[in-house]
Design a protein around this ligand. Structure first.
Ligand SMILES: [Zn+2]
Ligand SMILES: [Zn+2]
Length: 104
């Protein structure tokens, strides 16, 4: 059977995109039955997101907990002037509601 370019609608951004015959062939050769649900841009964005969240998990920042002084690592860059807490202290403060003081 001959494959033809298909126009599909991305369910993420609603844009139409072409599912080319070549891509369909590739899908078939991989045994994939489902047509892509997202346009190439959204697929790339999702891939970046996934890699970003996993790949960057290795990049941690070494900080000293402002509450107990233990050295710990956080997955985000600490903001200067803002206290950073270790997991235990953060959980404790969250429980006690002390972190809500930040909002005022
Ligand atoms: Zn899209
Ligand atoms: Zn601590």
């Amino acid at each position: 059977m001959a494959l033809e370019d298909k126009t599909l609608t991305c369910r993420e951004c609603g844009q139409e995109f072409i599912f080319t015959a070549g891509e369909q062939e590739f899908y078939l050769s991989r045994g994939l039955q489902n047509e892509p649900k997202r346009c190439p841009e959204c697929r790339a964005a999702r891939r970046r997101e996934r890699w970003g969240s996993y790949g960057d998990s290795r990049r941690v920042y070494s900080v000293v907990c402002a509450a107990c002084g233990v050295e710990t690592t956080v997955p985000f860059e600490p903001t200067e002037g803002r206290p950073v807490y270790c997991k235990e202290c953060y959980a404790k403060m969250k429980e006690s509601g002390e972190l809500d003081l930040d909002k005022s």
